[in-house]
Design a binder for this molecule. Structure first.
Ligand SMILES: [Fe+2]
Ligand SMILES: [Fe+2]
Length: 165
C-alpha cells in the first residue's frame, strides 16, 4: 500500500460526513417545499440514503479510531450546507428547489467517485468495499435529480409558451 497522509484522508472522510449530515437537513427542507407526492416520495428515498451514507461514514471513522471529526474541510462543508439551506428557504418554485439539490448532488457524486478511486489507488480493499455502495446510490441521486430538473424546466417552459399564444 502506498504511503498515506492520514490527516488528509481523515479530513476528506470528515468532510464527506459533514456533507452527508447537512444533506439530510437540506433534503428535508426541500421536500417540505415540493407539492407533487411522487416527486416528494423519490426525494424522501434519496434523503434516507444520505442518512445511510452519514451513518456509514460515522461507523467507518469509528473503526479507524477517529474521534475528532471537526476538521478544517468538515467546517467548510458545514458552512456550505448552511448556505444551501438558505437557498432552499429562499426558493419559491420547484425548479429552484431542485436546482439546489442538483448542485449538491453534482458535487456529492464527484466526491464519492474520488474517494472510492483513492481507495483503489491505495489498494485499500476495505475502503473500496465499504464505500462503493454509497457511490452507486449517489450516481442514482444525480441521475434522478438531473431528470427532475429537466422535466420541471420543460414543464415551466411549455406553460410559458401556451400563455404567449
Ligand atoms: Fe450524499
Ligand atoms: Fe446524494
Amino acid at each position: 500500500m502506498a504511503h498515506v497522509n492520514n490527516n488528509a484522508l481523515v479530513d476528506l472522510l470528515c468532510e464527506r460526513l459533514a456533507v452527508e449530515t447537512g444533506g439530510v437537513d437540506i433534503y428535508q427542507a426541500a421536500i417540505a417545499k415540493i407539492d407533487d407526492p411522487m416527486l416528494a416520495a423519490r426525494l424522501t428515498h434519496f434523503m434516507e440514503e444520505e442518512a445511510k451514507h452519514r451513518d456509514l461514514l460515522a461507523a467507518y471513522l469509528d473503526k479507524l479510531g477517529v474521534e475528532n471529526r471537526d476538521t478544517p474541510s468538515a467546517r467548510l462543508a458545514r458552512m456550505e450546507g448552511q448556505a444551501y439551506m438558505k437557498l432552499v428557504g429562499e426558493s419559491t418554485t420547484p425548479v429552484q428547489v431542485i436546482n439546489v439539490l442538483l448542485t449538491i448532488e453534482l458535487m456529492d457524486e464527484n466526491a464519492w467517485e474520488m474517494i472510492v478511486n483513492l481507495g483503489r489507488d491505495l489498494h485499500d480493499d476495505e475502503m473500496v468495499r465499504t464505500l462503493s455502495g454509497a457511490l452507486k446510490e449517489e450516481k442514482e441521486h444525480l441521475r434522478g435529480v438531473r431528470g427532475m430538473m429537466a422535466a420541471l424546466t420543460r414543464e415551466s417552459l411549455v406553460v410559458a409558451d401556451a400563455i404567449e399564444q
